[in-house]
Design a protein around this ligand. Structure first.
Ligand SMILES: [Zn+2]
Length: 107
């Protein structure tokens, strides 16, 4: 838990952000600045700065993100029509919040 990290606060339930899905290791909520009709963020509760900072122990967290995306896409009604899953890495890659998160975007 990093006190100055927005996504640590959100994933710890310390804001009024509504979770669409939550497990022991992650939360899912809507991007506050959606780039498309559906724009969800899938965020591990563990603070990891970016893909660059993943440790071997974090493999299961990454798997959890993907396995959360699958039912969320179904729930959003875009599993069949299609969607994008991606990570922005560091400033040059468009990362704005430096707590690892995966985007689920569908038009
Ligand atoms: Zn954090």
């Amino acid at each position: 838990m990093h006190d100055d990290c927005l996504f640590c606060k959100i994933s710890a339930g310390r804001t009024d952000t509504e979770f669409l899905f939550e497990t022991e290791t992650l939360v899912v909520f809507r991007d506050i600045n959606p780039a498309a009709r559906i724009h969800l963020l899938i965020v591990p509760k563990k603070h990891i700065r970016s893909i660059n900072d993943l440790a071997d122990d974090d493999r299961s967290i990454l798997a959890d993100l993907i396995f959360a995306a699958k039912p969320m896409a179904g729930e959003m009604g875009v599993a069949g029509s299609g969607y994008r899953l991606f990570f922005n890495v560091e400033r040059g890659g468009g990362q704005v919040i430096f707590h690892l998160h995966m985007h689920l975007v569908a038009r």
